[in-house]
Design a protein around this ligand. Structure first.
Ligand code: SF4
Length: 291
C-alpha cells in the first residue's frame, strides 16, 4: 500500500545529544529494503499499520521546506535517519530532487544516510549543495559477506555496489563521504575479518569517516529479529539472546566492540577526517564509537 501524508511540518527537532544533527527530515515512513534488524519497525504503529515493509507512507507537501529551512537557518539536518530516502519508491516519486533544491536554495547542511545506489541519480544536486553547504553522506554497510547480507538485508544492493556508490560520491562531489558500519551484529557480523575488511576498504577509497554502532533491538524489532536468527542462524541465536536481555546489547559487549573497532582503526591507520562539531559537543561517553 502506498499512501500520502499531509504533514503540517516536515523538519522535526530531534537528537537530544545522540546524533550530530539536531533536526531531521524523513520523507518516507516504512521501508521496502526489508532489513531484518531495522530499528524503525516501532514507528509504524503511529500510522495504524503493522506492515512496515509493505505499507509505505510519504510526505507530499515538500514546499513547506522553503519556510522551515528559512526558520532553522543553517542547522544540520539529518535526512533519512529513520527510513531510507532512496528506497525503491523514490525511483518513481522523485521527491528527493525537490528536497535537494530547497536545501541548495537555503545553503543548508545535511547529514544523509542510505543503502541505495538511487542516490547517484541526484549526484549533480548533491555536488551543487556541497559547494554551498557542509554535506555528509553515509553509506550503510554491515558485512562484506554477501550471503549474510542477502539474508539480513534482502532488498538492498550488494556491499560491493554500496562501496562503489561511496566512491562515486567522493569523486564527484565536495561532500564528506563515509560508512555507517552499523549495526554490528553479535556472532554474525562482528568478526575481525569483516570489521577490518570494511575499514580497510574505506581507507582504500579515501573515505572521510566510518561510524560504527552495535545492534539495538527496540520494540517489535527484538521479537522479529530473534525469530529470524532462530531460523537463519540457529547456531548463534542462543548466544545473541544472552547479549540482549534488554533492547540494548550488554554493556560489556558494547564496550568490547567499541574498543575493538578503535583498535582496528588505529592498526589500519584509518582516522575520521571530518569532525561532527555538534556531535562532539554533546557526545555521551557510551557512544564513543563515533571516534
Ligand atoms: S534501509 Fe534502513 S529504514 Fe530501510 S529497512 Fe533497512 S534499516 Fe530499515
Amino acid at each position: 500500500m502506498l499512501k500520502e501524508i499531509n504533514n503540517k511540518t516536515l523538519i522535526r527537532k530531534c537528537g537530544a545529544g545522540f546524533t550530530p544533527y539536531s533536526f531531521d527530515l524523513n520523507i518516507y515512513r516504512g521501508c521496502a529494503h526489508r532489513c531484518k534488524y531495522c530499528y524503525a519497525l516501532y514507528s509504524h504503529k503511529y500510522l495504524d499499520s503493522d506492515k512496515f515493509y509493505d505499507d509505505i507512507f510519504y510526505k507530499k507537501n515538500i514546499d513547506l521546506l522553503d519556510k522551515e529551512l528559512g526558520k532553522i537557518r543553517g542547522e544540520l539536518v539529518g535526512i533519512g535517519t529513520v527510513c531510507d530516502s532512496y528506497q525503491p519508491l523514490e525511483q518513481s516519486l522523485k521527491i528527493m530532487p525537490q528536497v535537494m533544491q530547497y536545501f541548495i536554495k537555503h545553503k543548508n547542511p545535511i547529514y544523509l544516510s542510505t543503502k541505495s545506489e538511487l542516490i547517484l541519480r541526484d549526484i549533480d544536486l548533491i555536488a551543487d549543495l556541497s559547494k554551498v553547504a557542509t554535506v555528509y553522506i553515509s553509506i550503510s554497510i554491515t558485512t562484506l559477506n554477501e550471503n549474510i547480507s542477502q539474508k539480513i538485508e534482502p532488498n538492498v544492493i550488494s556491499s560491493e555496489r554500496r562501496f562503489e556508490v561511496a566512491r562515486k560520491l567522493k569523486e564527484k562531489t565536495n561532500a564528506f563521504v563515509g560508512i555507517h558500519l552499523m549495526p554490528v551484529i553479535p556472532y554474525i557480523t562482528d568478526n575481525r575479518e569483516n570489521l577490518e575488511g570494511i575499514l580497510s576498504k574505506a581507507k582504500e577509497l579515501n573515505l572521510d569517516y566510518v561510524v560504527a554502532g552495535t545492534l539495538n533491538l527496540y520494540g517489535e524489532t527484538k521479537k522479529s529479529f530473534l525469530n529470524f536468527t532462530d531460523n537463519e542462524f540457529p547456531k548463534v541465536s542462543g548466544k545473541i539472546k544472552e547479549i540482549y536481555s534488554s533492547s540494548k546489547s550488554a554493556k560489556e559487549y558494547y564496550l568490547n566492540t567499541n574498543e575493538f573497532v578503535k583498535k582496528l582503526k588505529n592498526m589500519i591507520g584509518f582516522h575520521n577526517k571530518c569532525s561532527f562539531k555538534e556531535w562532539e559537543k554533546n557526545r555521551p561517553e557510551q557512544l564513543s564509537l563515533f571516534n
